[in-house]
Design a protein. Sequence first.
Length: 173
Amino acid sequence: MGSAVPLRCDYTAVELRRLARRCRGNRQIRRLLALAAVYDGMNRTEAARVGGMDRQTLRDWVHQFNTYGPDGLTNAKGAGRPRSLNAEQMLILAQIVETGPNPHTDGVVRWRCIDLVRVIAERFGVECSERSMSDYLAELGFSNISGRPRHPKQDARVIEAFKKTSPIRSQHT
């Protein structure tokens, strides 16, 4: 049977609980409280139960805590798939969107994600999905705003005549 991994000596249970009160991430809070229970002398199995994990998982978090301190108890964000467009291409995409389409050359009167996907494929030879294009536009600070639809035969005079107006009430003196 293996021996317990010792915890670093520069923290106490009180300090870990104080850190847990200030943390926003519930997973990090659970881990801090489980380690505080270990500092208080609780056995590792019970301390793991306090943190909602098994003993081996607690052991792994003890290693992280010993190496990186309380910041090591957060979930590391994965690198993820790299963006298809580089920084220069993103700047050009922003200029394309800011300038707007030319109906004669681009064949559209407003940019949609599917149109921008086609333009990016033609200019840069980069294939991406409409969903990726939506993410790129959000990253550049663009949002999807569209005007309220109007019927092409809508007449402003008819609308104005249709509006109800309240009669002005005279004040009795």
